[in-house]
Design a binder for this molecule. Structure first.
Ligand code: ADP
Length: 648
């Protein structure tokens, strides 16, 4: 035909296709789940559009998926009566990848088949999974509402290009025909296909049908019998939405399978909650905590979250940001409301009290789930019964520690965003500390270990765990064996701006304000510190004068043991680390100068008095303090010159 058009795949698609054929051959069967999932989405979309325009369903009111195969022709076909695609949609949807996270995904590909297979599992291959088992895919489709002449045939061998041409297609919807590879002929088999449908798609609400088969004996003596089609279509899955079934009838395996198709994830979830909420707003919630972070978790343009909204079993949207606060955007699941009208609009979603109630209910439920995870002790080696029952075999031993590694930084955003749940979130938070390099210290644990006389929970923020741990501000705390929390997530400083205290104990940055060790210092120590401060008063005055451009004050401190000096910010100021981050992000930063604190007992400080090179030494002291806490001297070359002059 002359109106056949050739197109090239978008670069990212070509990459995905390459991976599909080179890394995914060990999981061939997932292609069916992906195709059924697309067919199901297509039917959901049509059902939703038909709420406004009933004519779209004309001639074919049934929404369903049929799977057929032809052993002779070596084909397998998945056909749906869903929304279908116009020619332009086929070109766009099947030739490009529009989802967020694509660039991050492409950038992280390593060329190592195993690592890449893992990565693509997280990303989700969707339609392209067909090329695991097929060397050619032909899609025939017609969009609901378009006339039969405006169908489209799309076809590709999965290399660099695809073709499209117009097609007359009487039926609405889409059929995807896979021309199976030599090594994938097992999928042109009724028994095998039924088994896979049961395994992956039993719980979706759409009927999935296959032609009935019956055993036919050989016509003559000695001729083998074979399965032959009966010509009748049978529904092979349960075709009731999983979340509508009673909890007690659903196995852990079924919850997991449902999750995997819902989230396009290959790894079982960490935990889930399934409840029917009544009284006030009425809805069913099925919420999952995934076991790993999606690639686009940090992208700003990322859509709402992973929770799909249904109204009385009818799919409405998967872009309802209102169903969960942003800091729970990693949660996946389904909400099915009994109260919302079917034709809910964006505006209505934003204003609805029912939606607000659902959001609050969801938030409480997820926090409850996390609290349960946090409270359940890690399963001991070999004792996997418990984790298997919730979510299958390959799960981490300590689920909460695992959760925290993947999503802790996101959850901490809630400390700032969700004042109403701040207490609960603080209890869920885990930090590294001078006692534990893993982020596993709960504030309650910290409190239980506080020294007699200690009045605050001490913490420090820094860019990296190493920088935090070696920060001079910690010296006296180490000497006195007082634990300090080490906070190295970008969100920490901001989040802690909203947190004054934890269960009555104030949180205190060791890099802000003058250190007040209170009862942690005994009388003799206090006296010695005062005397030391007195004795270097003249030096402090001279330093103030020499560094007046750089600092707002110079004072003696008891917080240093081994270092001569350190920088701190005034009580209300933002930390130097946050100021640096903001500057890097191109934001304007209020310029408050730091305070230089001096260790009176340090030999270098004692050498200052009457030194002819006083000004140079003062600058070195300041620049070193800056370096020690992760900053850079304004003029690094001048710093080097000064130090070298001393060395010589
Ligand atoms: P995803 O489903 O994650 O968006 P896919 O690669 O599986 O990615 O599919 C790309 C797009 O192609 C879908 O978003 C959808 O718009 C379209 N599509 C795929 N299969 C069908 C189908 N059976 N009916 C209608 N549209 C489809």
């Amino acid at each position: 035909m002359s109106d056949k058009q050739k197109h090239s795949f978008q670069a990212e698609v070509a990459q995905v296709l390459h991976l599909v054929t080179h890394s995914l051959y060990s999981h061939p069967e997932i292609f069916l789940r992906e195709l059924i999932s697309n067919a199901s989405d297509a039917c959901d979309k049509l059902r939703f559009e038909a709420l406004h325009d009933g004519a779209l369903l004309a001639g074919q009111p049934d929404l369903r998926v049929r799977i057929g195969f032809d052993q002779q022709a070596r084909t397998l076909t998945v056909t749906d009566t869903g929304i279908g695609m116009s020619e332009q949609e086929a070109v766009e949807n099947l030739g490009t990848i529009a989802k967020s996270g694509t660039r991050a995904f492409a950038a992280r590909l390593s060329g190592d088949a195993k690592a890449d297979a893992q990565l693509i599992g997280q990303f989700g291959v969707g339609f392209y999974a067909g090329f695991i088992v097929a060397d050619r895919i032909v899609v025939e489709s017609r969009r609901a509402g378009l006339p039969p002449q405006q169908g489209v045939r799309w076809s590709s061998a999965g290399a660099g290009e695809f073709e499209v041409e117009p097609l007359a297609r009487p039926e609405r919807g889409t059929s995807v025909t896979l021309h199976l590879r030599e090594d994938a002929l097992e999928f042109a088999d009724g028994w095998r296909l039924r088994e896979l449908v049961k395994k992956y798609s039993d719980h979706i609400s759409l009927p999935i049908q296959m032609e009935g088969e019956k055993w036919e004996e050989g016509k003559q003596e000695g001729q083998p019998g074979k399965m032959t089609p009966t010509g009748e279509w049978e529904t092979v899955n349960q075709a009731t939405a999983l979340w509508t079934r009673p909890k007690k009838d659903i196995t852990g395996e079924q919850y997991t399978q449902f999750y995997e198709q819902l989230a396009h994830d290959w790894q079982p979830p960490l935990a889930w909650a399934h409840h029917r909420v009544e009284g006030g707003s009425e809805y069913t919630q099925l919420l999952y905590i995934p076991s790993h972070a999606p690639l686009d978790l940090w992208e700003r343009e990322r859509k709402g979250g992973g929770v799909k909204l249904y109204v009385r079993r009818v799919f409405i949207t998967d872009d309802a940001e209102q169903l969960l606060p942003r800091y729970l955007r990693f949660v996946q699941g389904v909400i099915d409301s009994a109260d919302l009208p079917l034709n809910v609009s964006r505006e209505l979603l934003q204003e609805s009290r029912d939606v607000k109630a659902i959001r609050e209910g969801n938030t409480r439920r997820v926090l409850g789930l996390l609290e349960e995870l946090a409270a359940s002790p890690p399963a001991a080696e070999g004792e996997s019964a418990k984790s298997e029952d919730q979510s299958g075999a390959e799960l981490p031993q300590d689920k909460y520690a695992h959760f925290w590694r993947e999503f802790g930084a996101v959850l901490k955003e809630g400390l700032g965003e969700d004042a109403g749940n701040r207490e609960r979130l603080l209890k869920l938070a885990r930090y590294a500390s001078t006692r534990s390099s893993a982020p596993s210290v709960a504030l309650a644990d910290y409190k239980a270990r506080m020294k007699p006389g200690q009045k605050a929970i001490y913490y420090i923020t820094a860019d990296t765990p190493a920088a935090a741990a070696s920060s001079p501000q910690l010296e006296v705390f180490r000497q006195k064996d007082i634990e300090v929390l080490l906070m190295t997530d970008r969100v920490d400083e901001w989040a802690l701006g909203f947190v004054r205290e934890f269960e009555g104990t104030p949180l205190q940055s060791v890099a802000k304000g003058a250190v007040d060790l209170g009862d942690l210092q005994d009388e003799a120590e206090k006296k010695a510190a005062e005397q030391a401060a007195q004795s270097i008063q003249p030096v402090l005055e001279k330093l103030k004068e020499a560094l007046k451009e750089q600092v707002q004050d110079v004072r003696a401190t008891a917080r240093l043991v081994d270092s001569p000096a350190c920088l701190v910010v005034a009580d209300a100021g933002i930390s130097l680390q946050l100021a640096r981050l903001l500057k890097q992000a191109g934001q304007s930063v209020p310029t408050t100068k730091p305070v230089l604190e001096i260790n009176p007992a340090h030999p270098l400080v004692q050498k200052l008095e009457g030194n002819p090179r006083f000004d140079d030494l003062a600058r070195i002291l300041f620049d070193q303090a800056l370096l020690a806490e992760g900053g850079l001297p304004d003029d690094p070359a001048a710093y080097v010159r000064r130090v070298n002059a001393l060395l010589v």
